[in-house]
Ligand binder design. Structure first.
Ligand SMILES: CC(C)(COP(=O)(O)OP(=O)(O)OC[C@H]1O[C@@H](n2cnc3c(N)ncnc32)[C@H](O)[C@@H]1OP(=O)(O)O)[C@@H](O)C(=O)NCCC(=O)NCCS
Length: 148
């Protein structure tokens, strides 16, 4: 089996990350992903890591420090996906471990993430890696027309 390299994302990764965003359920473009990589690269409170096999990205994770008014800041895994042909090879676990290390190095003692209730496989994955379910929430959205 080819070795897995985990490294920080670079803008040249953007086209390879687009289909994986699709596998996560988000339709996007290389241009948009490239823009986000640039933004996060310049933000010391976020990191995108890529897992590479034989020179090709096969997974990514984004961890970001969240700030709120009402609670102390915390590191939040906003997205994690491994390309479907490469699942079950400990790549997701490796990406999560690196994100956790980044959070520990930044001084945090806990990391959080939200996972859609439909992603039962991912829930087993997180539980096998020591995550426990905290609470369930509903997400609301509203289009903003600017008309009040
Ligand atoms: C969830 C996901 C990132 C896991 O990545 P992966 O590389 O396939 O997982 P790993 O091979 O690192 O699994 C690590 C451990 O998790 C556990 N695990 C993984 N998948 C599991 C499953 N379906 N059921 C139970 N346990 C599972 C195993 O214990 C495994 O350890 P093992 O070596 O003992 O088998 C990947 O399946 C994925 O991209 N899914 C689609 C997108 C998604 O749901 N992302 C999460 C959004 S919240």
């Amino acid at each position: 089996m080819n070795p897995v390299l985990i490294r920080e994302a670079v803008v040249a990764d953007a086209p390879a990350l687009v289909p994986m965003c699709g596998q996560l359920g988000y339709v996007t473009t290389a241009g948009a992903v490239e823009q986000q990589i640039r933004r996060i690269q310049s933000d010391p409170e976020g990191q995108v890591l890529v897992a590479e096999v034989a020179g090709m990205p096969v997974g990514w994770i984004h961890v970001q420090i969240r700030h709120t008014l009402h609670a102390p800041p915390y590191p939040d895994v906003t997205g994690l996906v491994v390309e479907d042909q490469h699942r079950g090879q400990n790549i997701g676990a490796g990406l999560l471990a690196r994100a956790e290390r980044w959070a520990v190095d930044a001084g945090f003692k806990e990391i959080r993430l939200r996972s859609n209730i439909k992603r039962e496989r991912a829930h087993h994955f997180y539980e096998s890696l020591g995550y426990t379910m905290d609470k369930t929430s509903l997400n609301f959205r509203k289009p903003l027309t600017g008309e009040g």
